[in-house]
Design a protein around this ligand. Structure first.
Ligand code: EPZ
Length: 428
């Protein structure tokens, strides 16, 4: 087991380059299965969720080679299985994208699904409703979802909630279905558009991605492609908050500023300076943070995946801020840890009331999920004294080389092994 040890209170300055988007990559890797030829994918982030996706591709029979640190060559032509077992899916929620891609490729998919998670219940009813509209039947047995169809045909799907996962899954399944699929109330996140661009680069016929109606005309053959994944909106947003929280001055490079708009607007409201350039943003903490109200919403609203990070910043802002979580039932778990660092936050259901304090104080804390872990890093960098963060495997699921990137900006952070408890060792 490893943990991060952070000595807080250093102003971060310099430049950081953002990696490829996790949530685009975890959709694009399963999408390669649909191709009839090999593909080369660039700007793949080096994170543990991608390791999981690669293991699944290998187990299914694909050939996967690393061309360099961020480029993968994937040849799906020898795929011989449509089953993804629990040992491969339990650590990666997005493994359910193999349902859509395998169904689209061979008309069958057996994928074991992880249950709920720390964000609250994670139903897949909208995914199954979409697959049914395309002519698939589903059964569930031993935690495994089985999908079958004799003939996948285009259909009309209306989602009752805006869902990223179901939008991705139906796009994947519909690419090679017979005829036209229309998805209404579709998610509009940047990674939905990236997936559509990737599929279209292989010869798919997808229109409207980025709006709430996506039309997919099925094609018979998808050719190989070379494609570069978009930069990670949430990693960029996390570094923006880090710059603000440490009163720093950071140029965040390799980003698409349009994707960061909702974050930029809120940071400016809080009193942070954000300057946009073609493919970078410069963020400077002004030393005076002000309260604000935030509600997380589907894109182009403020992203839920930035809620723990911005809430952490607001613990240090003057006045009372209100943060409402509009997507997940249970995304305030990290608040207990922040309280241990001196934050003044009360939570009632999906609403947090944050009373700003002058300074957080270092403490031993735990990451309860990926973005909660990012929040702990932000708190630790801004706090007085030493913060130790456990459960960093959550953070490594989605942030490439975060401690190296932070050190290059002047942070005092190191990763250390946690030795086994000496007392327990004597007993065993
Ligand atoms: C994606 O999860 C992201 N994950 C999440 O990021 C992100 O928080 C979420 O979208 C919202 O933006 C990936 O892209 C891999 P949803 P997903 O389906 O697709 C309800 C991170 O930190 N719903 O858009 O699973 C659901 O309960 C992760 O990087 C149904 O009711 O989210 C939720 O309330 C965490 N039925 C809402 O919709 C369904 O069938 C949005 O979920 C599906 C979803």
């Amino acid at each position: 087991m490893e943990k991060y040890v952070i000595e807080g209170g250093h102003r971060l300055q310099g430049e950081v380059v953002i990696s490829g988007a996790k949530n685009a990559a975890v959709a694009i890797l399963p999408a390669v299965i649909l191709s009839d030829e090999p593909c080369t994918i660039e700007n793949v982030p080096n994170i543990s969720d991608i390791d999981c996706a690669i293991k699944i591709l290998l187990r299914l029979g694909a050939e996967v080679r690393m061309i360099n640190r961020s480029t993968l060559y994937i040849d799906p032509r020898k795929i011989h299985s449509h089953t993804v077992e629990y040992d491969l899916t339990k650590n990666m929620r997005a493994s359910y994208y193999f349902l859509g891609s395998l169904l689209g490729k061979v008309g069958r998919a057996d994928v074991s699904l992880p249950g709920g998670c720390d964000l609250g219940s994670r139903p897949i009813d909208q995914h199954l409703k979409g697959f049914a509209s395309l002519g698939a039947t589903d059964t569930m047995e031993g935690g495994m979802v089985h999908l079958t169809t004799d003939h996948l045909t285009g259909g009309r799907v209306y989602f009752d909630v805006v869902t990223v996962g179901a939008t991705v899954n139906i796009m994947l399944a519909a690419c090679k279905a017979d005829g036209m699929t229309i998805i209404e109330n579709a998610a509009k996140e940047p990674h939905i558009v990236d997936l559509a661009n990737f599929l279209n680069s292989m010869g798919a016929d997808i229109m409207g991605a980025g709006t709430d109606v996506i039309k997919i005309r099925g094609v018979q053959y998808l050719h190989g492609t070379q494609y570069s994944i978009i930069p990670d909106q949430i990693e960029a947003g996390t570094f923006m908050v880090i710059a603000a929280a440490t009163e720093g001055d950071v140029l965040i490079r390799g980003v698409i500023p349009k994707h960061l708009e909702s974050i930029t607007v809120k940071l400016q409201k809080i009193g942070v300076s954000v300057e946009e350039y073609d493919d970078s943003v410069r963020v400077r903490g002004t030393g005076h943070l002000q309260k604000t109200s935030i509600k997380t919403m589907p894109h182009p609203g403020f992203p839920t995946d930035m809620q723990p990070q911005i809430s952490t910043l607001l613990t240090m802002a003057e006045g009372t801020s209100i943060v409402t979580e509009g997507i997940w039932d249970n995304r305030f778990k990290y608040v207990d840890e922040l309280r241990r660092m001196g934050a003044d936050i009360s939570v009632d259901g999906k609403v947090a009331v944050i009373q700003g304090v002058d300074r957080l104080k270092g403490a031993p804390v735990k990451a309860s999920d990926l973005r909660a872990g990012a929040a702990m890093i932000i708190a630790g960098l801004a706090a007085e004294g030493i913060t130790e963060i456990e459960n960093i495997h959550y953070i490594e699921r989605g942030y490439e080389d975060i401690e190296k990137k932070l050190r290059a900006l002047g942070a005092n952070i190191k990763k250390v092994g946690i030795p086994e408890d000496g007392l327990l060792k004597q007993v065993r």
